[in-house]
Design a binder for this molecule. Structure first.
Ligand code: AMP
Length: 277
C-alpha cells in the first residue's frame, strides 16, 4: 500500500492507475466503522484510497482539535489490512495555504442538530470534502450513517456543486453493547465508557415507545431525556426530525431520524436511529 503526503504525489498515483476509484475520507485513528467503509469501497471499486486528515477548519474554539487522537503508523497498517491501495495523509500546510480564503457553505440543512452547537462545523466539512474530491476525483465516496447530518450535507454539496461522484453509505457500526464505534470513545474512562451506552439505550427506548404507538415528538423526547439524565445532565440535543430534510415533525410518521448528541464527561458523543413509522 502506498502512502502520499503531497497532493502532487497523490495525483501522480491516481493518473497512472486505471479503473474506478472508491474514496474513504477520515480523520484517522481508524476503527471498525472506518474499516467497514473501506470494505464496501473495496467491493465496489478497482482502487481504494483512504484519506487521513484531522481537518482544523471543522473544529470550533475550545473543541478537541489538539487532543484528537493521531497515529499514522497504526492507521496505515489498519488501512492496508482493510484492503486500501493508498492512503492520503497530507499535513495541514499541504491542504491550507496560510492565506487560504475559500469556504464552502451550504444552507438549509445546516441549521439544527450538530450545526447549532458547532458553528462553522459544516463549512469546515464542505470545504475539506470539496478539496479532497478535487484532489482524488473519485467515482464513489463512502460515508457512515453515524454522521447522518453529514451524509445529507455531502449529498447536497455533490448535487449542487456538480461533483461527478456517487455518495455511498453504510449503517452505524457498534460495539457489542451498542455504543457506536468512534475515535473519540478512547477519551472515555471505564466509568464513562459504561455510561456512554445510554445513547444507544435511549434510541432503543425511543424505538420501543414508537412501536407501541406513541406519535408525539415531545413525549418521546422527554422519555429519552429522562433516561439519559440518569447518566449525564449535559445533553447537547435530542431531535426527532424528517430523515431527508431534518425538518421538525408535527407527529412521528414516515421516514424519521432520531438524533442525539450528549456529553459523557468532557466527551461529546453522537448517535442516531432511522425509523420507518
Ligand atoms: P471520522 O474519522 O470520524 O471523520 O469518520 C470518517 C467516516 O467514518 C465518516 O463517514 C463517519 O461517518 C464514518 N464513521 C465513523 N464512525 C462510524 C461508525 N461507528 N459506523 C459507521 N461509520 C462510521
Amino acid at each position: 500500500m502506498k502512502i502520499y503526503k503531497t497532493i502532487t504525489g497523490m495525483r501522480e498515483f491516481i493518473n497512472k492507475e486505471e479503473g474506478s476509484i472508491g474514496f474513504v475520507p477520515t480523520m484517522g485513528y481508524l476503527h471498525q466503522g472506518h474499516l467497514a467503509l473501506v470494505e464496501k469501497a473495496r467491493q465496489e471499486n478497482d482502487l481504494v484510497i483512504v484519506s487521513i486528515f484531522v481537518n482544523p477548519t471543522q473544529f470550533g474554539v475550545g473543541e478537541d482539535y489538539e487532543e484528537y487522537p493521531r497515529d499514522l503508523k497504526r492507521d496505515t497498517k489498519l488501512a492496508e489490512t482493510g484492503g486500501a491501495d493508498a492512503v492520503f495523509a497530507p499535513s495541514v500546510d499541504e491542504i491550507y495555504n496560510p492565506d487560504h480564503g475559500t469556504v464552502v457553505k451550504i444552507e438549509g440543512i445546516t441549521e439544527n442538530l450538530c450545526a447549532s452547537s458547532r458553528p462553522g462545523f459544516f463549512e469546515g466539512i464542505c470545504t475539506i470534502v470539496s478539496k479532497l474530491f478535487n484532489i482524488i476525483n473519485p467515482d464513489r465516496a463512502y460515508f457512515g450513517q453515524k454522521d447522518a447530518q453529514q451524509v445529507l450535507v455531502v449529498k447536497k454539496l455533490v448535487a449542487e456543486l456538480n461533483f461527478a461522484v456517487e455518495i455511498r453509505t453504510i449503517p452505524i457500526v457498534r460495539e457489542a453493547d451498542g455504543l457506536a464505534v468512534s475515535s473519540r470513545n478512547q477519551y472515555l474512562n471505564d466509568e464513562e465508557r459504561e455510561s456512554a451506552t445510554v445513547l444507544y439505550r435511549a434510541l432503543e427506548l425511543a424505538e420501543e415507545i414508537i412501536n407501541e404507538g406513541e406519535r408525539r415528538v415531545e413525549v418521546v423526547k422527554e422519555k429519552i431525556s429522562s433516561l439519559i439524565k440518569e447518566e449525564t445532565d449535559n445533553i447537547d440535543y435530542i431531535e426527532i426530525v424528517k430523515q431527508n430534510s431534518l425538518k421538525n415533525l408535527s407527529e412521528i410518521k414516515g421516514s424519521v431520524l432520531i438524533a442525539l448528541a450528549v456529553y459523557i464527561g468532557q466527551t461529546r458523543l453522537i448517535d442516531n436511529l432511522m425509523l420507518e413509522v
